[in-house]
Design a protein around this ligand. Structure first.
Ligand SMILES: Nc1ncnc2c1ncn2[C@@H]1O[C@H](COP(=O)(O)OP(=O)(O)OP(=O)(O)O)[C@@H](O)[C@H]1O
Length: 327
């Protein structure tokens, strides 16, 4: 494994950086020419079809795979929390969440509980892992990843086996964890239908970097549309909330059309909170698992334009298969 080369105390320095990195195996390139960096507090999402090199790129970033060409650099002493795509667990054996959390890293119960509390899974501490639902398992895996107080979270398909509303809740959770912990996040998403708007950068792979940018830029990029078809571009939902009014410091309200009034009566907003962010990523009620159609009021005291729609997913019902927890 190569040595981390990033010089390190600057908090804004990238936690991890790939430069023109590629891996070849058995005489063929698995992925090539990958440039990416993740800084503290930043979320970078890798998308792309099956076999496009997402996991391979993440493994180069983690140091599990050494690039055959290009560079992979990590901040010295980098602590990584990893949610792998697949787990090596014998599901015929009883295994409680508590034991599972401490399988690869020795963790005191208090730390396990605190991590589970952060992901809304404290009540599952004594549950058997094999009995967890898809969403519960992902919360437990996230808890296990954050229990090591990571600088960087690497999440390989963190919403697999999770239904639509649960998927939004998990994205909300990841976004909140990033803010609370201040870690960087490198996320792999196979799902092209719902990309978290909190993502600072989406990198679309297809054996090489096909396009990159903000979620909206990528969803409209000709390379993305060519790769996935125009239907994917039309169906992709960037999960964001576009508030339709802004509460001004003097208490008045500026509406989407630029007019200003004394209040926001008629806009389903009885909570005088700040709506100034036009695409923020937090809406606590979504953690309770419900969702809204585009432009629909959430009925939770303020009005949103919820842009998550056009979604479908393959529900295998068997979120965890086998192999390779590289933590
Ligand atoms: N250890 C390996 N040896 C040889 N080939 C590999 C190895 N790991 C992955 N590959 C191949 O490399 C390519 C990229 O695989 P990778 O797992 O990175 O894709 P991915 O985008 O994460 O796919 P998926 O969405 O299906 O998980 C695939 O063609 C895969 O078969």
């Amino acid at each position: 494994m190569e040595k981390p080369a990033l010089s390190g105390q600057d908090r804004q320095a990238p936690l991890v950086r790939l430069e023109r990195a590629g891996v070849s195996s058995g005489g063929r390139w698995l992925v090539r020419g990958v440039d990416l960096s993740v800084s503290p507090g930043e979320i970078v999402t890798l998308i792309g079809p099956n076999g496009s090199g997402k996991s391979t790129s993440a493994k180069m970033a983690l140091g599990i795979l050494k690039p055959s060409e290009g560079k992979a650099e990590r901040k010295p002493g980098l602590k990584v929390g990893y949610v792998p795509q697949k787990l090596l667990v014998d599901w015929t054996l009883p295994l409680t969440v508590r034991r599972f959390m401490a399988l690869t890293v020795k963790l005191p119960d208090a730390r396990i509980l605190a991590a589970l509390e952060r992901t809304g899974a404290a009540h599952l501490m004594r549950a058997e892992v094999r009995h967890l639902s898809g969403g519960e398992l992902q919360r437990v895996l996230l808890a296990r990843a954050i229990a090591v107080s990571p600088d960087l979270l690497v999440l390989d398909e963190p919403v697999q086996g999770v239904d639509y509303s649960g998927e939004i809740a998990i994205y909300e959770l990841i976004s909140r964890l990033r803010t609370e912990i201040g870690c960087g996040v490198l996320m792999i998403s196979h799902d092209l239908h719902l990309v978290m708007a909190a993502t600072d950068q989406v990198i679309c792979l297809n054996g090489h970097v096909c396009c990159r940018g903000t979620p909206l830029v990528v969803s409209q990029s000709p390379a993305f549309l060519e790769l996935f078809g125009h239907r994917a571009g039309a169906g992709i939902a960037v999960y964001q909330h576009n508030h339709d009014h802004v509460h001004l410091p003097d208490g008045r309200v500026r509406h989407a059309d630029g007019t200003v009034s004394e209040d926001c009566a008629g806009e389903h907003c009885d909570a005088p909170h700040d709506h100034a962010d036009q695409a923020h990523d937090h809406c606590a009620h979504l953690d309770q698992g419900h969702s809204h159609a585009h432009g629909e009021s959430c009925g939770q005291g303020h009005s949103h334009d919820h842009s998550h729609h056009g979604h479908s997913r393959d529900q295998s019902g068997a979120p965890v298969k086998e192999t390779a927890d590289a933590r």
